[in-house]
Design a protein around this ligand. Sequence first.
Ligand SMILES: Nc1nc2c(ncn2[C@@H]2O[C@H](COP(=O)(O)OP(=O)(O)O)[C@@H](O)[C@H]2O)c(=O)[nH]1
Ligand SMILES: [Mg+2]
Length: 280
Amino acid sequence: MRELFPWTGNAYTVGFTGPPGAGKSTLVDDLVQLARAEGDRLGVIAVDPNSPFTGGAILGDRIRMMRHTVDPGVFIRSMGSRGHLGGLAPAAAQARDVLDAMGMSYVFLETVGVGQSELEVAELADTTVVVLTPGLGDSVQTIKAGIMEIADIFAVNKADQPDTERTVADLKELLRLDSRPRSWTPPIVKTVATAEEGTTPLWAAVHEHRRHLEVSGELSHRRRERMARRIVEIVTHRVRHEIVGPSAETPRFQTILDEVVERRTDPLTAASKLQEGRSR
Ligand SMILES: Nc1nc2c(ncn2[C@@H]2O[C@H](COP(=O)(O)OP(=O)(O)O)[C@@H](O)[C@H]2O)c(=O)[nH]1
Ligand SMILES: [Mg+2]
């Protein structure tokens, strides 16, 4: 990373997040096609917390279905959520950096928008596309607030299914009710990924959002903030590892835990003991 890092900072990262089965991989596949047609090389990172694979393992159907696996201008990397010491987000960030240093113009980052660590991964993106499907109906209301907050663009995929207009209307209403000040209103794009419908307008929306970020200066601001969070995250992980150890299962931790459980000491004193033990 030390040697690679100076070569990073040029790739534009587009995140795709949403519920499992929404059509994220199919959409990514379509947009890879469009970006390739513009002559750009790109990397794809697909993060699947349900993947039985870890680390550098080989890829499920999800990837196999992509028609670009034989294209030398496209590099696809799949990551499961286990087996990444220090967490999924830092691991995905490093994979992103490698692709960036390789000279990719774009990195597409697919994550299932469910848990906290997936949200953190989604936050690596310059532009985040939240992929939803019709028929979510009322459940649009229950979409995690976190996902609403990170959306720069909404794709309502499977627009060949009933209730598409209703879902679009629900989303518009949610956006209208959202009173946070914003310099960019997330567009809602209807797509049928399997038929490559709406994907050109979706790709245009990505370009438009990028231009907005660049012109307003928000891009460098966002990237700086992201870098700050990334460094703090590394520090947090390291300090925790130094003080607590690899896990709370260590005998030393368990002994101190016993003392707290038996009310011979309190949690604050226990934490101090752990800290002192390490600095000695
Ligand atoms: N009817 C319909 N099916 C789609 C569409 N896009 C994707 N699918 C199907 O939905 C399923 C899940 O797609 P996938 O891209 O793997 O979803 P992901 O889990 O979000 O990555 C697959 O069987 C796709 O063929 C669409 O626009 N319309
Ligand atoms: Mg997928």
